[in-house]
Design a protein around this ligand. Structure first.
Ligand code: FES
Length: 163
């Protein structure tokens, strides 16, 4: 089946992409289903992922504490972060599993520090580091428009990254 872009969730378009021109970034053959690719343009690092819903492009930064998702793992539409095991659905932009550190989800709801199944809940330790983790909010994932032209994946990049 031909490679298709995935529709991205309403309201989650990346800044500066509304009228941005599409730029050829990758041969479709180099991004088989399940593959992750990091693209760096200017000061932007972008993740291009071939999910089960199609190809998406987002910032290559975990919405939790900015680890590169391109070295995580993709299962269908769900990407797992290598740093604190957060999991995010690239079809919806929503967290599937909160990071092990706990903290705030995109709606501001607090999730405690993760404990293994069957384990007793971990106490939040005192101190600034623990407070910083509690107050760290998982940001909204932002999407860069993708289109496929012939055998090429194109992404609409903002002006500071398109050159
Ligand atoms: S940086 Fe990704 S889950 Fe924390």
């Amino acid at each position: 089946m031909a490679v298709q872009p995935a529709p991205f969730p309403t309201g989650l378009r990346a800044l500066g992409t509304r009228d941005a021109p599409f730029t050829a970034v990758l041969d479709a053959a180099d991004l088989p289903p399940g593959a992750l690719h990091r693209l760096t343009r200017g000061d932007l690092d972008i993740l291009i992922a071939h999910t089960s819903a199609g190809v998406v492009a987002i910032d290559d930064r975990c919405p939790h504490m900015s680890a590169p998702l391109s070295i995580g793992t993709l299962d269908g539409c769900v990407i797992a972060c290598p740093l604190h095991s957060g999991q995010f659905d690239l079809a919806t932009g929503e967290p599937v599993q909160m990071p092990t550190t706990g903290g705030l989800d995109p709606d501001g709801r607090y999730h405690p520090t993760w404990s293994p199944a069957g384990g007793s809940p971990k106490e939040d330790p005192p101190g600034k580091k623990a407070e910083a983790r509690r107050l760290t909010r998982v940001r909204r994932i932002r999407y860069y428009p993708v289109r496929i032209t012939g055998d090429t994946i194109e992404v609409a990049l903002p002006a500071n990254a398109a050159g």
